[in-house]
Every structure is written in structure tokens, then in C-alpha cells.
Design a protein around this ligand. Structure first.
Ligand code: GDP
Length: 177
């Protein structure tokens, strides 16, 4: 449905961070447009996408930011984090290193973002279960220790993508309202 003439009660900026190729762009495409493209390069350069939804009878515009490849050069700038009320820390569950880097991303996030930011850890590509390199329990333990929400997703199969975004948006809403 169109956004025309719709009164927006809240705009929530949520940033996606994590190593290159973990699936950030595809998670965003899945959530915002219900699309998945095997050739992700088509979307490089897109800064953010929005999706408007109703939570508790309020109209919330979720503005979800993608690094658009900046992370390859370790050049995610403070402007990227500015104003963010939520962050999704994404790793690829078939790539141990992308999970091991979560601590570093979290540190960078906490250094730049508002201290009340809601953070969710996302283990993406759960459709590739046979190639799993990160046990669910390891991620759960990290999330618990760092006080993060946690979910395993597949942008490819659309598993838990909507659920994860709704969870973080509901929590942000709960804090803001
Ligand atoms: P980004 O660099 O973090 O934005 O990662 P992309 O979204 O560009 O995805 C990197 C690669 O992983 C692409 O080839 C995607 O098609 C693939 N990919 C992304 N999400 C999934 C997923 O859930 N499952 C599988 N099997 N592949 C995925």
C-alpha cells in the first residue's frame, strides 16, 4: 500500500553492520521488498530503505540502513550510526570468522551510537545448515553476556527475517513510547 497522506508517528533508524558478504543487503531486501537477488551487487550504493508498519495503532516508519559495501574498507563512518535507535549485528553462520568479529563490531557500535540503542545479533544463512560453523549455543551465550536479542535467519528462504525486524522494532517502540 502507498505511503501517501499517511501520518507517521515515529521514524526509527536501524543500522545493519557486520562483515562483508554475511547477507546484510539481502536481509534488507527481504524485509523491505520481500525480494532476494543472487547477484547482490545490483544494490550497492543504496543507503537505506524504509518500511511503514503499524505498531500498537501508531504508524512507524522503519528506516533501515545498509553499509552499501563501506565495511570492506573499514570505513563505516560515524554519520552511519548517527541517530540510530536500533542495530542488527549480522554474521554468517557458515563463516566462523564473521561471528568472531562480532565483538569488534559491537565495540565500534557502542563507541559511536546512543547508549540506549537496541541491538540484535543475527546469525544469517540458516538455510545452509549442513555448513554451519557457529553453534546456536555460542551465539546465544554471546548475546546473553552482551545483553543482545538474538535470532537465526535466512534471507534466502525468508526464515525469521520479518520476525527479527519486528522484534527489534517492537522493543524500540516500547522504549520510545
Ligand atoms: P552483505 O555484503 O553483507 O550485504 O551481503 P549480501 O547481502 O550482498 O550477500 C552476500 C552473499 O550471500 C550473496 O551471494 C547472497 O546471495 C548470499 N546470501 C545472503 N543471504 C543469504 C542467505 O540467507 N542464505 C544463503 N544461502 N545465501 C545468502
Amino acid at each position: 500500500y502507498g505511503d501517501y497522506n499517511q501520518k507517521i508517528d515515529y521514524v526509527f533508524k536501524v543500522v545493519l553492520i557486520g562483515d562483508s558478504a554475511v547477507g546484510k543487503t539481502q536481509l534488507l531486501a527481504r524485509f523491505a521488498r520481500n525480494e532476494f537477488s543472487v547477484d547482490s551487487k545490483a544494490t550497492i550504493g543504496v543507503e537505506f530503505q524504509t518500511k511503514t508498519l503499524v505498531l500498537d495503532q501508531k504508524t512507524v516508519k522503519a528506516q533501515i540502513w545498509d553499509t552499501a559495501g563501506q565495511e570492506r574498507y573499514r570505513a563505516v563512518t560515524s554519520a552511519y550510526y548517527r541517530g540510530a535507535v536500533g542495530a542488527m549485528l549480522v554474521y554468517d553462520m557458515t563463516k566462523r570468522q564473521s561471528f568472531d568479529h562480532m565483538a569488534r563490531w559491537l565495540e565500534e557500535l557502542r563507541g559511536h551510537a546512543d547508549k540506549n540503542i537496541v541491538i540484535m545479533l543475527i546469525g544469517n544463512k540458516c538455510d545452509l545448515g549442513s555448513l554451519r560453523a557457529v553453534p546456536t549455543e555460542d551465539a546465544q551465550e554471546f548475546a546473553q553476556r552482551e545483553n543482545l536479542f538474538f535470532m537465526e535467519t535466512s534471507a534466502l528462504e525468508a526464515t525469521n527475517v520479518e520476525t527479527a525486524f519486528l522484534m527489534i522494532l517492537r522493543e524500540i517502540y516500547r522504549i520510545m513510547s
